[in-house]
Write a protein that binds this ligand. Structure first.
Ligand code: G4P
Length: 542
């Protein structure tokens, strides 16, 4: 197959949802279509474990698929599918956001009985900022749902995205009879059988077609006919350009647990979604070059290999204490043993231990194309956001920094393992597991850690213990907001500034000044009293 054909058949996406909407169940059904049935069992096994243990660390020890695995790769209908897992734990973390930088599209799963929930909204926002296509699956249609028109309306009013229903539910709860495929004008009947349900597709001319009319009670028939007429008249017609720009979402209805409507969703998604898109390289100074490079788009079919690391996962395999750096290929062809530049350190590295991951299974990967995700083992210098490339003029800056929302002091309670503690913490900070800051008046020996979700702190403590055999103590703080400050003479003596109690000043790891606030009110008070000091969500570029 030509490189162009290899790239064109790649589909790299993530499923985003609020916990319990059905992400795990849907993933399992997708795997069935990808003929990975034995592995679909792994997902189920994970779910059974979850029922017996609520402890995340226990789950991690069990190598539960949703916690540990990062990518599931399978072939379906000629497409090479990379399904990236976003951590499903309720304690949201930066990891989830970062995974979304490596995908080309997202599939949003919504519990049709509940509508848009808070975590869906957060994840949706991250995807929207990237302008990637977002597909919607309204799950659990076998149970009573909200009015489907209200669900569509919610996508538009709450998320602000135009919605174009591709399939439409016929009834809900006990009277759910199936879905109507608006593009093919076919009905897929939902037949309940002992231990599940099956799907019987029937091509029809309309809902009054005798092939289905008898299956629908009068209420469902009248209601669905009316809704479909409304959609045909006033709904958004399918607009591929708008979908690809992330301005319109195609909507599917079904029931993951009953494997109903899933094939329609998967087929539609693979057909209307996008292959890997070009990524942007930032301007950098290459040693020995007379001038910095120009920022530019790197075409996916550019022959030189490049990619960026979006996640580092340690201890995936309990038998090997290792860390895997997950790299998204952006251009060229990856081959095992190739030598590439590690852009941040300028060192040449040989990529010999490269893996394709499938849940807990590892398979050596000899070749990968743009869109693929590979796991690289044995490179301690790799950190999140790093670029690996055959062309030194390429540097990706794909991993955005997210404003931290939780802050805690970490310290080492025992002096005997102080050296291991310091080495471990330094490594984890370099990997980008959490951010660190230095507030004035910090307790001696304590490091202020900052993260998007508290789960990230647990990961730090657990990894310090398991990889470095170092104890650590975590102490929560009251801060919930951090802002970067523009340099200003008055920062030389911050105790002279008028601030509410609980506000502190400090620096980030590059010595940029920051301010820490307990809440929104204290921040607004600060801004009012110190109009000369400008606050920023992100570090000011030097
Ligand atoms: P998540 O990964 O998004 O957190 O959701 P997950 O797939 O674990 O599903 C959450 C719950 O919803 C599970 O029930 C699952 O069986 C159920 N579920 C998923 N899809 C459907 C559907 O189409 N219809 C209905 N009625 N339920 C669905 P649970 O009780 O938490 O777990 P389990 O005991 O069923 O394994």
């Amino acid at each position: 197959m030509s490189p162009a054909a290899e790239i064109a058949r790649r589909r790299t996406f993530a499923i985003i949802s609020h916990p319990d909407a059905g992400k795990t169940t849907l993933t399992e059904k997708f795997l069935l279509y990808g003929n990975a049935i034995h592995l679909a069992g792994t997902v189920t096994a994970r779910k059974n474990q979850r029922a017996t243990t609520s402890d995340w660390m226990e789950l991690e020890k069990q190598r539960g698929i949703s916690v540990s695995s990062t990518v599931l790769q399978f072939d379906y209908n000629g497409c090479a599918v990379n399904l990236l897992d976003t951590p499903g734990h309720k304690d949201f973390s930066e990891d989830t956001y970062r995974v979304l930088t490596a995908v080309d599209a997202a599939l949003m799963v919504i519990d049709a009985g509940k509508g848009v929930e808070p975590q869906t909204r957060k994840l949706f926002e991250v995807c929207r900022r990237r302008g990637i296509p977002i597909f919607t699956f309204m799950n659990k249609c076998d149970r009573p749902t909200l009015d489907p028109l209200a669900l569509i309306d919610e996508l538009e009013s709450v998320l602000g995205i135009a919605a174009s229903p591709i399939v439409w539910p016929l009834g809900s709860g006990p009277s759910f009879r199936g879905v109507f495929d608006r593009t093919e004008r076919a009905v897929h009947l939902f037949e309940r059988v002992p231990n599940g349900a099956y799907e019987a597709p029937v091509n029809i001319t309309g809902l009054d077609d005798p092939a289905v009319r008898g299956k629908l009670d009068d209420h469902t028939f009248n209601e669905s006919t009316e809704q479909l007429a409304m959609l045909d008249g006033a709904g958004h017609p399918l607009d591929l350009a708008a979908i690809h720009a992330g301005q319109q979402t195609p909507v599917y209805f079904g029931s993951a647990i009953n494997n109903f409507g899933i094939q329609l969703l998967l087929d539609g998604f693979l057909k209307h979604s996008v292959p890997p898109a070009p990524r942007r390289s930032v301007s950098i100074t290459v040693p020995g070059a007379p001038a910095p490079t120009e920022a530019r788009e790197v075409p996916v079919d550019y022959e030189k290999f490049s990619g960026f690391i979006f996640k580092i996962q340690a201890n995936m395999d309990p038998k090997h204490r290792d860390r895997i750096a997950f790299l998204r290929v952006c251009s060229g062809r990856f081959t095992r043993d190739m030598v590439v530049a590690h852009q941040r350190t300028g060192k040449q590295v040989r990529l010999s231990s490269s893996h394709k991951l499938f849940g807990q299974e590892r398979e050596t990967v000899n070749e990968a194309w743009p869109g693929d995700v590979i796991g690289l083992v044995g490179h301690d210098a790799f950190g999140i956001g790093d670029t690996l490339t055959e062309d030194r003029a390429i540097a990706y800056d794909e991993i955005p920094r997210f404003p931290p929302e939780v802050f805690a002091y970490l310290s080492n309670p025992t002096s005997s393992d102080a050296k291991k503690y310091r080495a471990g913490l330094e490594q984890l900070l370099q990997e980008g597991v959490v951010q660190s800051f230095t507030p004035r008046n910090a307790p001696p020996g304590a490091t202020l850690l900052a993260a998007v979700g508290p789960l990230q702190f647990e990961v730090v403590q657990w990894r310090l213990k398991s990889e470095y055999n170092a104890e650590s103590r975590l102490e929560q703080t009251n801060w919930t907001l951090l802002k970067w400050l523009e340099p200003h003479p008055s920062l030389a003596n911050p105790s002279a500034l008028v601030v509410a109690s609980g506000v502190s000043f400090g620096t980030d790891k590059f010595d940029n000044p920051v301010a820490l606030f307990p809440n929104d009110w204290t921040m607004r008070y600060f801004m009012e009293k110190n109009p000369d000091l400008k606050l920023h969500d992100m570090p000011i570029e030097q």
